[in-house]
Design a protein around this ligand. Structure first.
Ligand code: PYC
Length: 421
């Protein structure tokens, strides 16, 4: 007989224990993926994932659900390619349909210099085994018949980087799938449990990124976390808090080279299916896709000011609408239903910070995700879990260490979307 009502909860509630092996702060895709791979790959399940709100309340529930691997740096391309590969098998692995639609992803160029940028990306992608190539107007018109390919727009489309395996996924389902799998392994998830302090031995404040090369940062060890529901002893604490990364890291005395900027998006009323590719414009800084329900999801570039606001603003709505209408003028009568913002933890080089922190044993970072965090949840979680479990930093995440800011080995990722470079 078909079971119409699920009897089990996807994850259970627990009283907070007084100690765990690992405490993860932030129950978005990064925190939950880290917990999942700690359990699955390394048998570490005495883990608590703390979340100050509901699961996925941060950027995991606020992004535009785009998955792609067509980055530009030799460090970024293999990293995001591994994430895409993990996403491809994730529904099967979690036994939970994530509705991953690999419909293909086009980055449009409207100027000669942008076309040159796409050529560099295509070459880097191809050398590193990522399916991506530059295509021109005839092929774009065939792939996306709804796109205005005339000379009417102020900046007509000249070329595109076509990335067939890119696409969109159901972002809430990713969060719920990881959470359910964590729960099944006995990992505890604690929503509405805010971390209010992180305890460590050693100096109360350390500027780990700014300590000059050759000088050892001051030593200390993590001892636990304070929460609104009481204290927890833990030798390992992981910061997966996206826009709140600097606030939480300061609790451990570690300052980070990160600023927080909102990134806005909106969704329209449902329309008949007319767009089966993800469309990103490198010059107009807008990205558009159509969901399975028919709504159009559109996003902007990051807000120009630092803030923790998660509200939409009229100028950004106008910007998203204007640029979308440059691409699809036939949408001029379509209504926008909702607008929101996520808060992005931006690093100066548009690459994340993953791994341990020199001088503070037991403190791990999975932050600096800017506008590209959701697509990297699986890979960041898997390799950070390996780093925590083995004490060794896997090669794939080595370039993204916090120490790159003091060693001057930045990873300038110019293919990060939603960022003006
Ligand atoms: O990295 O593809 C991306 C992206 C789209 C919107 C924000 N980031």
């Amino acid at each position: 007989m078909i079971q119409l009502f699920r009897k089990e909860r996807m994850w259970r509630t627990h009283d907070l224990q007084r100690s765990y092996d690992v405490v993860i702060i932030g129950a978005g895709v990064h925190g939950l993926a880290t917990a999942y791979y700690l359990g699955k790959d390394h048998g570490i399940t005495n883990v608590a994932v703390l979340e100050k709100s509901y699961l996925g309340a941060g950027n995991s529930g606020r992004n535009t659900a785009i998955i792609r691997a067509n980055y530009r740096t030799p460090e970024g391309v293999p990293f995001f390619a591994r994430s895409l590969a993990l996403y491809e098998s994730l529904s099967r692995e979690l036994e939970w349909n994530l509705l991953f639609n690999q419909c293909g992803h086009l980055t449009l160029a409207h100027t000669d210099s942008s076309v040159d940028g796409l050529r560099v990306r295509a070459e880097t992608n191809q050398i590193m085994g990522v399916d991506s190539r530059v295509i021109y107007r005839d092929e774009i018109a065939k792939l996306v018949p709804a796109l205005d390919m005339s000379d009417r727009p102020r900046l007509p489309v000249l070329a595109a980087l076509y990335h067939p395996p890119g696409g969109i996924i159901r972002h809430d389902a990713v969060v719920w799938g990881y959470a359910r799998a964590c729960d099944r392994m006995g990992i505890e998830i604690h929503p509405f449990t805010e971390a209010t302090d992180i305890h460590a031995t050693g100096p109360a404040s350390r500027n780990a990124a700014d300590t000059p090369p050759g000088i050892e940062p001051p030593e200390g060890k993590i001892t636990g976390v304070e929460t609104a529901k009481g204290g927890i002893a833990a030798k390992t604490v992981v910061n997966c808090t996206a826009g709140w990364a600097t606030v939480v890291s300061r609790m451990a005395g570690v300052s980070l080279p990160i600023v927080t900027q909102p990134l806005q998006a909106c969704v329209t009323e449902p329309l008949k299916p007319f767009l089966d590719k993800v469309i990103v414009s490198a010059n107009l800084h807008v990205y558009v896709s159509q969901t399975d329900r028919g709504d159009l999801v559109m996003g902007a570039e990051v807000d120009p000011l630092q803030s923790y606001s998660m509200l939409g603003t009229l100028p950004t709505l106008e910007q998203m609408a204007t640029y979308t209408l440059e691409l699809f003028p036939q949408l001029h009568n379509v209504s926008v239903l909702r607008q929101w913002a996520g808060i992005c933890d931006m690093t100066p080089d548009f690459s994340p910070i993953i791994g341990g922190v020199e001088g503070l044993e037991g403190y791990y970072l999975d932050v600096g995700w800017g506008t590209y965090g959701f697509k990297a949840g699986p890979v960041a979680g898997k390799y950070l879990a390996e780093c925590i479990a083995t004490g060794k930093t896997p090669e794939l995440i080595e370039p993204f260490a916090l120490s790159r800011f003091r060693n001057e080995t930045l990873v300038g990722e110019k293919a990060a979307a939603a960022v003006s470079h």
